[in-house]
Write a protein that binds this ligand. Structure first.
Ligand code: PLP
Length: 220
């Protein structure tokens, strides 16, 4: 199934997204975020060369080391932070990223709001711990209304919800629940779906899928 050719991998993932989007009768677009964490520039460049422009990283420092040089050559690249964010890195994250998918607690709302006084205002997705798993990041489903109110009160550009369903179980019910929560709160963005389940996520309304290993191969 996998191939060593990045162009073939990208074409395959884009075709799967299209197939799922049409199956669901969706007229809207789905953004593919290529998750490049742990991969060096020489693995990323082939995807840029064939037109991929949205990338995701889970660590601020790693992204700071990799992306400024790549962006200098391709200023239209858009970067999403998909990993947990420490409040003391909020200013760096706001400066570097175009989207933050891991807003998950009130202290981070405050730190991001302060960082946005710079004038840079990346779109924010609130990460929800959709399976209520103790070890997982994201705000509890029960805490979502309060966190959203806080983020909106701080004038953050909150555009959607993000979640990672529990591992090794059917993800569809969790995707459906995240879609319902987004609808209930008037949010259009839905960041859900990874290499193992992005077609299902698209069928259930994902507007952003975060795909790593299906594009880059397994991580070390
Ligand atoms: C690593 C990661 C992904 C991509 O995972 P793959 O299974 O390699 O597609 C997506 N979302 C988040 C939050 C991640 O940390």
């Amino acid at each position: 199934m996998t191939t060593d050719d990045p162009a073939a991998r990208l074409a395959g993932v884009l075709a799967e997204i299209e197939r799922a989007r049409k199956l669901a009768g969706r007229p809207d677009a789905v953004q593919l975020i290529a998750v490049s964490k742990t991969h060096a520039a020489d693995a990323i460049e082939p995807l840029i060369a064939i037109g991929q422009r949205a990338f995701g990283e889970n660590r601020v420092q790693e992204a700071q080391a990799k992306w400024p040089a790549l962006r200098e050559q391709h200023p239209d690249i858009r970067l999403a932070l998909i990993g947990q964010l420490q409040s003391n890195k909020a200013a760096d994250a706001v400066a570097l990223f175009d989207q933050i998918h891991s807003l998950d607690r009130p202290s981070l709302v405050a730190a991001i709001a302060r960082a946005m006084e710079s004038g840079k205002r990346p779109d924010c997705f609130v990460q929800v711990n959709i399976g209520d798993e103790t070890q997982k990041g994201g705000c509890a489903v029960a805490d979502l209304p309060a966190l959203l109110a806080e983020a909106r009160g701080a004038n953050l550009p909150v555009t959607g919800l993000m979640a990672i369903p529990p591992a090794d179980v059917e993800p569809a019910p969790y995707f459906a629940l995240l879609a319902k929560l987004a609808r209930d709160h008037g949010l259009a963005g839905l960041s859900m779906g990874m290499s193992s389940d992005y077609p299902t996520a698209v069928t259930l309304g994902a507007t952003h899928v975060r795909v790593g290993s299906a594009l880059f191969g397994a991580r070390a």
